[in-house]
Design a protein around this ligand. Sequence first.
Ligand code: AMP
Length: 189
Amino acid sequence: MKIVLTGPPGAGKGTQAKRLVPRFGVEHLSTGDLLRAEIKQGTELGKQAEGIMAAGDLVPDELIIEMIQPRIRAAAEGPGYLLDGYPRTQAQAEALLGMAAPADVTPDVAIVLFVPAPVLTERLLNRAEAEKRPDDTPEAIENRLRFYTESTRPVHEMFRALGVLQVINAQGTEDEVADAILERIPVGA
Ligand code: AMP
């Protein structure tokens, strides 16, 4: 099974990913988590990404693609994947969808978690209190929501054209959203 899980910041991607990963036995590939690990380890990539992430801007495509694509290929050849936070731009989507054989890396399903913008801002500000993420400041949140609208939404059309796009109302409880997602995952994929 190959799943893309997308949606604006604060839609609950991480929470739903944690449920889907054990259920399907796939590898969880979160570009945000990988970048935070690079920062923690003090790597060159981490140093390059840190300020960009704190501001809520997008890390350059070349860096992201180089970091994630080999992992996607390996997962596609093995247990399958759940992509969380990738692809976020047209160039990233092209890198994903342009990957050829030996393993077919094309997603079986691309799930968009839909939550209206005012609800997202409130959720993110609440999370800022609880988790102390440096990119949950009001300015960074505004940037992240803007990048989502301008750069990531157009990517959904590529998944729609492939016939794999599923838009889920993600305003309910965690359980409701999880059920709604499972209903839309193709059986036998
Ligand atoms: P996330 O944990 O997915 O909300 O990502 C946190 C931050 O990491 C984002 O606001 C970006 O600065 C950066 N980031 C994560 N994934 C990507 C990506 N696919 N492309 C560019 N930047 C990313």
